[in-house]
Design a protein around this ligand. Structure first.
Ligand code: NOJ
Length: 548
């Protein structure tokens, strides 16, 4: 088996730009680590904080500015950490609070930032708050969760559904009421209208901010407040049986309520008590609703996650239109951001194929706004098929016929060609991709044509060229499978041309005099070629042209 001796990760990337009037979360690149699957430091088959620490040199070499780590808190793991039983601790599976402090220190020493996942909508049903709340109707914490009497016929109080299948209401026979859970019944929703809940959760944020954490990715931000009258959700006319059962209704009363913005503003105020901290909101909503989460006068989330590149079909016209709509909908001072994947979505290389995943990388890293890269996408990792009897994700287990398990996109990072892809010395919690000996960080570092080096060179280009970090976005009309735009900062101008199709094509804009040189291309052999007036493109090719 090929075993390449590799040099240590020395960083030859352009240095991070000196801080100007833009902030780190605007100019930088965020990298999502799913901690169970990134690197196992203690040989138990599950990734951990020591593991992340041991790979920081890699992240620095790649050019990552901020690391977002999915939940590491104590949790019964019903939803793999998104069911938290203590907001101010570390699950022993991941390490100790000392490991956490060390990781944070080492991240900061490398000039990077750490973003924690914060899950305010629900706790674990094993959280001491919920154990108290469910113990009796007159417990002081009863109102910390969403308890409701049954309907007159004994049914749940309304028709709200759980995202993970079935009713959103769970009967509690001890106290004779239902509680609401937007996700698993093991994840009861908190009552954010209760000031004590607000105080306790904001204090949890302060706990991590005081330790030095640079920001939070806030889980399901648009779910946090529900209709005060508990009205039934209307049916979804577009529901089809292949969709998750949750899609049967339009969640107009259970999500995205106007008062949620007051809660988001409260969280923002806490962040503003500190220097240069930030908050990303996980929000799956159409553009016009999404942008309201920037808040009034930008008193909301710094970055409401923009999932359009995940939601849209891989179609040049639709994507170009959506970028224009998004750019147009951003409030004054609202900073854009882009995402291709995360731990809840099929991987980009599986969705659009290996060749187009390279085009997607160029798109993600040359659009205006902060990019977030999901671990493994930088080496083109694909979803790994997992036989039904081995599915671990509750979403997959609860709706077995709908192929909704998220395990395939959560498989171990492929580091090298050693057993378990260098992820762990033990059998990993989810299987490693069969092709890991060919597709891994070690092999790709040595191959100038690899996805990894494409990512790294794109990231370096962002570092070097203000046009990409902070420049204007100027759409250029194109046809059929081509999408084109310019990025411009002062006299520095670049043209990006992407072929989202597999066939060759020409791009010849009528209203733009193109003259320049290809400086980066998914086909590296084309770099250095001069272009004038028109550009010919291979199928699946994307290029960056430096204009004269
Ligand atoms: C969104 C998270 O990304 C997902 O993994 C989780 O299952 C749900 N929120 C519930 O917390």
């Amino acid at each position: 088996m090929m075993n390449l001796a590799l040099a240590p990760y020395t960083s030859t990337l352009p240095v991070r730009p000196a801080p100007g009037s833009y902030l780190w979360w605007q100019e930088g690149l965020i990298y999502q680590v799913y901690p169970r699957s990134f690197m196992d430091g203690n040989g138990d088959g599950v990734g951990d904080l020591q593991g992340i620490l041991s790979r920081l040199d890699y992240l620095q070499w790649l050019g990552v500015d901020a690391v977002w780590v999915s939940p590491i808190y104590p949790s019964p793991m019903a939803d793999f950490g998104y069911d938290i039983s203590d907001y101010t601790g570390v699950h022993p599976l991941f390490g100790t609070i000392q490991d956490f402090d060390r990781l944070l220190e080492e991240i900061h020493r490398r000039g990077m930032k750490l973003i924690l996942d914060f899950v305010p909508n629900h706790t674990s049903d094993q959280h001491p708050w919920f154990l108290e709340s469910r113990s009796s109707r007159d417990n002081p914490k009863r109102d910390w969760y969403l308890w409701h009497d049954p309907a007159p016929n004994g049914n749940p109080p309304n028709n709200w559904l759980s995202v993970f299948g079935g009713s959103g209401w769970e009967w509690d026979s001890t106290t004779g009421q239902y509680y609401y859970h937007a996700f698993l019944k093991e994840q009861p929703d908190l009552n954010w209208r209760n000031p004590e809940v607000q105080q306790a959760m904001l204090d949890a944020m302060r706990y991590w901010l005081d330790r030095g954490v640079d920001g939070f990715r806030v889980d399901v931000m648009w779910h946090m407040i529900k209709d005060a009258q508990w009205r039934n959700n209307p049916p979804n006319p577009d529901y089809r049986p292949h969709l998750a059962t949750y899609e049967q209704l339009l969640p107009v009363y259970s999500t995205d309520q106007p008062e949620v913005h007051q809660i988001v503003a409260m969280m923002r105020q806490v962040l503003d008590e500190y220097n240069e901290r930030m908050m990303i909101g996980e929000i799956y909503l159409p553009i016009n609703k999404l942008v309201t989460y920037y808040g009034t006068n930008n008193n909301g989330a710094h970055l409401p996650f923009n999932f359009q590149l995940i939601a849209l079909p891989w179609n040049a016209r639709q994507i170009a239109l959506a970028v224009d709509q998004y750019e147009g909908a951003l409030p004054m001072g609202g900073w854009p951001n882009w995402v291709l994947g995360n731990h809840d979505q099929p991987r980009i290389a599986s969705r659009v194929g290996k060749a187009q995943a390279r085009v997607a990388a160029v798109l993600l890293l040359t659009l205006r706004g902060t990019p977030t890269v999901y671990y493994g996408d930088e080496i083109g990792m694909r979803d790994v098929p997992i036989a039904p009897e081995f599915v671990q994700d509750p979403q997959g287990i609860n709706m077995p016929d709908l192929n909704l398990s998220r395990d395939p996109e959560r498989t171990p990072m492929q580091w090298d060609d050693s057993p378990n892809a260098g992820f762990s010395t033990a059998g990993p919690w989810l299987p490693v991709a069969d092709n890991y000996r060919r597709e891994n960080v070690k092999v790709q570092r040595e191959n100038p044509n690899s996805m990894l080096l494409l990512y790294r060179r794109l990231i370096a280009l962002r570092r070097t060229e203000p046009a990409f970090r902070i420049g204007d976005y100027i759409p250029v009309p194109a046809e059929v499978n081509v999408m084109a735009y310019m990025r411009e900062c002062g006299v520095s101008r670049f043209l990006v041309v992407l072929n989202l199709g597999h066939g060759t094509c020409f791009f010849m804009p009528s209203n733009l005099e193109i003259e320049g040189t290809i400086v980066l291309d998914t086909i590296p052999e084309r770099e250095g070629i001069a272009v004038k007036r028109r550009v010919s493109l291979n199928g699946d090719e994307a290029m960056v042209v430096k204009l004269k």
